[in-house]
Structures are given as structure tokens and as C-alpha cells.
Design a protein around this ligand. Sequence first.
Ligand SMILES: Cc1ncc(COP(=O)(O)O)c(C=O)c1O
Length: 395
Amino acid sequence: MRMSKRMENLQPYLFVEINKKIAERKARGEEVISFAIGDPDLPTPEHVIDKLCQAAQEPANHRYPETAGLPELRQAIADWYHKRFGVSLDPGSEVLPLIGSKEGIGHIALCIIGDGDITLVPDPAYPVYSISTMLAGGQTYHLPLTAGNNFLPDLDAIPQEIVNKAKLMWLNYPNNPTSAVANIDFFNRVVQFARRHSIAVCHDCPYSEVSFDGYRPVSFLQADGTREVGIEFHSLSKSYNMAGWRIGMAVGNADMIDALMRVKSNLDSGVPQAIQYAAIEALNGPQNCIAEHNAIYQRRRDLIIEMLSDMGLEVQPPKASLYVWAKVPEGYTSVEFANDLLEQVGVVVIPGTGYGKYGEGYVRLSLTIPDAALVNGLSRLAGWHDTKRPFKPKK
Ligand SMILES: Cc1ncc(COP(=O)(O)O)c(C=O)c1O
């Protein structure tokens, strides 16, 4: 079969490969403990499922949805943004439901990027930002995220000729994979930079509700003048454990929302309506599930941090996100360390380089691992450490 040229540059998605490796081992009868994907293991809240079941019985919801989504859903998203961040949105022009935020993140590149245009993408980062740029015919310029700059891009370090050609910039806080957070001062600087150079900003914010120790992440839309330069992507996947239902949203700059709506309405037919009703219930209904989930994730975070620290790995407890970003032991690359854990003790972690070359020296562990598997995984890590002892434990 003769495929398009762009397929030559399109590798299988990171997790497709990782899941294949896990499946092969399971087929050989090996038990694998995975700290890999950030896919909430906790169930969708009961009242949301009840609404979904009820809506599924309604024949009106068996028909095609509108790409723009139900007006009630757009209103619920606007209300939620106001309650949560104090941000006012026009539900008619500044809100667009998505079939999971990944869908919109993929499609927005088609709205802004053409042949040879540049997208500024953090490194390490969620792979879809660069892949969608490539599919749209553009090129990615990587913005290094390092411990030295608190995993925030250094906007002043971008060469002038790149700034001149850049049309789009991606940001993501709380960050996947580094778990770093950003404050409003940083977002204000981003808005000024974007205005100065006419660069559209997409802030990807699916982890704003997953936070610990009382920390509350901010929205990009809380910065001054954001609405002139950008949009924010949000998701119900992590906030309400709804990853399997596929629903998210884009909010902000009306021109970008309109362009995304135009692309989408030509390619997809929107979010199934029963799922839209479930999302309305999640956004408008009781919010105590968020604190309950975070308490569970925080306990897991603490157990993982304790174990990794005992192993002598350098690691900061994350304030938010579903991830622990840990330095690999001296003498290992990210891939070598991840492979060693898999080969020796059947534990899956993601090598930092899966998210870009600046992820070298790190691995990512997800907090979305059920408690029994977590305990098993941690004791395997302890076992690995006991047999190897390739580096000195801190304690
Ligand atoms: C940074 C980031 N953005 C977007 C997504 C996609 O979320 P959704 O389930 O809404 O498509 C993920 C999923 O893991 C993510 O980590």
C-alpha cells in the first residue's frame, strides 16, 4: 500500500509500544506491575454514571449530536470556570466541548500551522503537541524544560529567527511528565511574549484538579489579556475519572474556538449526547469527589516518594498532576533504567526520553495504580535495590 509521505515520520504512539511490551510479558504468564499510563483507576463518581445511564435511555440522545455541544453543557463549562477560577466565559463563542482534550489538541494545529510554520513545544512534553504540528506540515522548535529553570521554558532564550517564524506555542501546567507547576506571573509573561510576537498560545490543563497539600493550580485564563492570545484545553478525564467516556473542552480566544469548531464540524460529529449530560452532572454536581480522589493520590505519592528516596533516587514530591518525575541512578540512562526494572522485577516506568531528549536522566511513575498493585510494585523496587545496590541509599 502506498501511504502518504507524512506516515514516514509518524511512529506508533508511545503508549501503544509500551502496552505491547506489557501484553507480551503477560502472554508469557509474567505478572507486570505498571506505573506507566496516567489513566485514573478510580471509578467515575456514581451520580455521574447514574445520569449517563438515564440519558442513554433517552431516544433523543441516540441521534447525531451537534459538534458545538449542547448549550447546557457549554453553560456548565462556563459556570465551572467561573466557580473554580473566577474566569467569565461566553458559552456561545468561547467554549467548545471536545471528544477528549487529545482530539482538540490534535486538531488545533490544522487551524494555525501550515507548511513550514513553527510550533514552540516544551521538551519533555505530551507527544501530541509535536505530532499534530508534523501532521499539519509544520516544524517543532523545542523549549527545554530543566530542573534549573523549574521546568518552565526560558522565553528569552528562543532565537529571534525562530520567534519570527513561530505561530503557536504549547504550555502544560501542572505538567506531564515533570509534574512542575506554573504561577500567574509566568502566565502573564507568556501573554506579553505572545502579544509582542503574534504567537497563539495553547495551554493544556487537564491536571488542574489533581493537587496535593492544599495547593490549587491556576488557569492560564486568569492571566491578564489571555483571551487575546490563546485558549486552554481542559479535560474531565482526570478531574472526574472520566477518561473512558472521552470528554474535554477548549475555552478562551473566540477566533481560535471558531476555527477549531470549523475543523471539527468537518471531521467529527461531536460528543455523544448522553456523555454530554454526564459531563454536565460532573461539572454542576457535588465536587467532594475531587478531594476524595486527591487524598488517595496523595497517599500513593507519599509511598512512592518514600521508596524512591530510600533507593537513593533524587525526587521532589509533586504539588499537582498524576506523576512522579524521578532522577535515574547514576550510571544509567532513562531507557536502561526503565528496561532494567522491567527485565529484573517486572515493573514498568516510562523513560523520560519518551517525552523528548531533555527527559534524559529521568523516569515517570504514575499515581493511577490500584493500591494492591502499588504495594506489590514498591516491594519489587525494594527487591531490585537490594539485589543491585548500584548506588548508595540515602538512609
Ligand atoms: C498533558 C495531557 N494533555 C492531554 C491529555 C489527554 O486527555 P484526554 O483524556 O482529555 O484526551 C493527557 C492525557 O494523559 C495529558 O497528559
